[in-house]
Design a protein around this ligand. Structure first.
Ligand code: AMX
Length: 440
């Protein structure tokens, strides 16, 4: 079958010629006005980026290369084991715009397994991290260290022509995606080891007969087929959420200075580690567990509502609810909830997830301050992970990050293919705002 690189090499020239035509025809098109409030307000609503691989619709949720999640999930190829789609198929789709055949996805899976090696000194660096160092910090640290073997950085330094950059960038992206399960599993094993036990040391390696998720699960120490499938689903659906969110945008801006994929992705992970972004999945499970401790297993909706109101009154946010762009229930929440209802219907935390869904949107909608009262991707994911024994909440964002690599590296690779220039929006001071708009 086709390898991903062969298919990309066929697609790239055609796509570049499409983009040349698009720019000639529509290059002067106006994408909207920018107000002073938008500049102070986190650039909400300012269209200022091209991100080829996904688009977020406020009502329908994410479309990945024009496919909505509910439409896409049944169509993505399954592997030799399990019944959930392989994230490798999602990677193929994001990079090429085409849903791969099963053979293509399996070929990519085998290629990633072959590339899944990490320099031993990086394993040693991770083994030396204190157990208490946040797993996201360890992830960012290790990804930065892998920059040592960047093929793009080496090629750039040797002066290769600009139109070949993407080829080296592509190599780094696949290498990095292939290394992530090994890195992330080592972090998991180290942070969860018993007090006084030694770190992982040698002996953690990718099994070429397993897929990307199966390998990740096995290296973390999980053995069940159902866990593998849950991980496949998790890693598939968390992959991308268009280009303007903190992690994707960070990857994009850092890479626009021609920093290689390792440096760009490490920066992206630092953004994902913020509590208003990727860390929300950790916060969310902690919130639900604490609520259960206080209300018990038979709480009424009225009790849940009183609990939620008290949290808001104290000035905290309800994790897992709200979104900067979405204005409806996140389809990524819906598919995780459906999985949970099928596989863990009696989990007491799932019951609370359901009750929160009945209560929180109504409470948040009161007063009209919160623009989106509906659940986002993080409102259910922790309950799934916890159910299968992955209880270390401060690790959850690492799983999110491993999945996010598929989307942000695909989007960033396409930015390099298109030769997008170094990013440099204009900023103003408040004095300048007054000078521009104020009285003489
Ligand atoms: N609970 C309580 N208050 C909330 C809220 C929530 N879940 N979501 C928004 N609000 C508040 C905001 O804090 C803000 O209050 P302020 O004006 O007093 O500062 C007000 O409502 C308006 O905010 P907004 O315009 O609706 O949202 P935003 O675009 O500024 O922020 C987000 C979006 C996601 C950061 C916010 O909804 C939030 O903090 N949610 C909880 C954390 C969370 O789940 N994050 C994960 C998002 C998905 C992801 O990236 N993984």
């Amino acid at each position: 079958p086709n390898t991903l690189h062969q298919r990309m090499s066929e697609i790239v020239p055609n796509r570049l010629s499409d983009i040349r035509i698009i720019r000639t025809k529509y290059g002067k098109g106006n994408l909207g006005n920018v107000t002073v409030d938008m500049a102070y307000g986190g650039m909400r609503g300012i269209v200022g980026l091209i991100w080829e691989v996904s688009l977020l619709d406020p009502e329908k949720g994410i479309t990945l290369r024009t496919h909505s999640l509910p439409e896409l999930l049944p169509r993505l190829p399954r592997g030799r084991r399990g019944s959930e789609p392989m994230p490798e198929g999602m990677l193929w789709l994001l990079l090429t715009g085409e849903v791969p055949t099963k053979e293509e996805a399996l070929g990519l899976s085998a290629e990633l397994a072959k590339r899944g090696v990490v320099e031993p000194w990086i394993e040693d660096v991770l083994d030396q991290c204190p157990k208490t160092l946040h797993p996201m910090t360890q992830l960012s640290y290790a990804v930065n260290a892998c920059q040592h073997s960047s093929k793009f950085a080496k090629a750039y330094a040797s002066g290769v022509p600009k139109d070949t950059y993407w080829q080296y960038y592509f190599e780094d992206c696949l290498d990095l995606i292939a290394k992530l399960p090994l890195i992330a599993a080592r972090i998991y094993r180290n942070v969860t080891r018993a007090e006084g036990a030694p770190p992982v040391g040698r002996g953690l390696s990718v099994d070429v007969s397993l897929d990307w998720s199966g390998n990740f699960a096995r290296m973390m120490g999980f053995e069940s087929d159902e866990f593998d499938d849950m991980l496949r689903l998790f890693l598939t659906i968390h992959c991308d959420h268009e280009g303007g969110n903190v992690s994707a945008h960070t990857c994009h801006v850092v890479s626009s200075a021609l920093a290689d994929p390792y440096l760009s992705f490490a920066a992206c992970m630092n953004g994902l580690a913020g509590p208003l972004h990727g860390l929300a999945n950790q916060e969310c499970l902690l919130f639900i567990v604490k609520m259960r401790e206080e209300l018990g297993d038979n709480a009424s909706n009225d009790q849940v509502e009183a609990y939620v109101r008290a949290i808001i009154k104290s000035g905290q946010v309800i994790p897992g609810y709200g979104h900067a762009v979405l204005r409806k229930t996140d389809p990524r929440y819906t598919c995780q909830k459906e999985w949970a209802e099928m596989h863990l219907p009696d989990d007491p935390l799932l019951k609370l997830v359901g009750q929160l869904f009945e209560v929180v949107p109504r409470v948040l909608a009161e007063g009209g301050k919160v623009k989106n009262p509906w659940p986002n991707v993080d409102a259910a994911s922790g309950v799934l992970l916890n159910h299968y024994g992955l209880k270390e909440t401060n690790y959850y964002t690492v799983l999110f990050g491993v999945s996010r690599a598929l989307g942000v590296l695909s989007g960033t690779l396409w930015a390099r293919i298109c030769g997008l220039p170094i990013e440099r929006p204009k900023s103003l001071t408040s004095e300048e705002v007054v000078r521009l708009f104020g009285p003489e």
